[in-house]
Design a protein around this ligand. Structure first.
Ligand code: AQP
Length: 325
């Protein structure tokens, strides 16, 4: 089970941290993937754009290879059982712990004028999403690691207090470390809502991709044997995502010898990114305009997600003692 907030355009970080694994998991596991529109409400000042964002995020996931016929692919607000479990879990949440969550501290720094209770209880809603489908594995990027620990803690707390209902969920990346795709300026991760000029979006056109990559931060040329600065390490990390291993090795050898030309490396990176992103962008644009198809996807996704969710809510209510006849 996993989800993405419809707060903007999907980017390479979302792809390599999350969506790629959704696609890899869909043949082997029973999967629930959702567009987390309720989570988006915690930070969106303006909801006029929500509909467009939801449709695009759905289309982009499908364009990346997610098959709505093989998984439950749904919109969070179409599964009202989510908010029922959220309320139960809120009774197990400690305000002091929620206040200490680093993502809450980041968010109140970014939006001091809108410190709403939804921001504080964001990890509770996220735990509800995951536990509602009784998920074992949650494909997410590195930035979500801590939220997963919180979700696991809710499962443990609930089971201890009311009896065994929830499996303990773990962040998942097929046994590898969780991915973190850095921004092109080396100042953090690629993101929907921050670092936008240093983030490559799946909707960027070819020229925009080339421009962003060519502006990526480099140094003035390394001396042979000197330690690699983070910005250059990031460029190599990005190149590895889209170029053949031999190409990466050639640039690495030049780096080690102190003969690297960053302009050439960035050109290679830009062309690799264009080749990777263009077909996804084109497929997503076509899907996004297909009203009837998107409606069918959302409806069938909600039916599948609610069927399992209702079983969970039944189990949770029975465990809590909310069944009276
Ligand atoms: N740079 C990244 N590298 C690897 N994985 C990433 N994810 C996000 N950025 C990276 C993973 O994508 C999934 C969806 O996360 P999100 O909706 O929180 O995406 P975001 O780009 O982080 O969006 P916002 O709105 O800008 O996010 P906030 O403000 O929530 O950080 C997750 O699996 C995430 O790990």
């Amino acid at each position: 089970m996993s989800g993405i907030r419809p707060t903007g355009f999907l980017h390479l970080g979302n792809y390599f941290g999350a969506v790629r694994n959704y696609v890899r998991m869909q043949d082997e596991y029973t999967c629930y993937f959702m567009v987390a529109d309720l989570h988006a409400l915690t930070t969106l000042n303006e909801t006029k754009e929500l509909k467009g964002h939801v449709r695009r995020v759905m289309a982009e996931n499908i364009a990346c290879g997610l098959d709505p016929d093989r998984v439950a692919f749904y919109c969070q607000s179409h599964v009202p059982e989510t908010t029922e479990l959220y309320l139960f879990l809120n009774m197990l949440a400690k305000v002091g712990e929620l206040e200490k969550t680093p993502t809450f501290k980041d968010k109140i720094r970014l939006q001091p004028q809108n410190i709403n209770a939804g921001l504080l209880t964001y990890p509770v809603l996220q735990a509800a999403d995951i536990l509602l489908q009784r998920a074992h594995l949650v494909p997410v990027g590195k930035d979500q690691e801590q939220h997963l620990e919180i979700a696991r803690d809710f499962a443990i707390r609930f089971n201890k207090r009311f009896g065994e209902v929830f499996p303990e969920p773990y962040a998942f990346n097929f046994g590898e470390n969780l991915a973190r795709v850095p921004s092109l300026d080396g100042a953090g991760k690629m993101s929907k809502s921050e670092n936008q000029n240093a983030t490559l979006y799946l909707a960027d056109d070819d020229e925009t991709i080339r421009k962003k990559v060519m502006k990526a931060k480099t140094d003035s040329g390394a001396e042979a044997g000197s330690p690699m600065p983070e910005s250059i390490g990031n460029l190599f990390q990005l190149l590895r995502l889209v170029a053949p291993e031999e190409t990466v090795e050639v640039f690495m050898a030049h780096y080690m010898a102190g003969t690297i030309r960053y302009g050439d490396m960035k050109k290679e990176l830009a062309e690799g990114m264009v080749k990777f992103i263009a077909p996804i962008r084109e497929r997503a644009a076509a899907i996004q305009d297909d009203d009837a198809y998107l409606r069918r996807v959302m409806e069938q996704g909600a039916v599948k997600a609610r069927a399992n969710a209702q079983v969970t809510i039944g189990l949770a209510k029975e465990a809590i003692g909310l069944v009276y006849y």
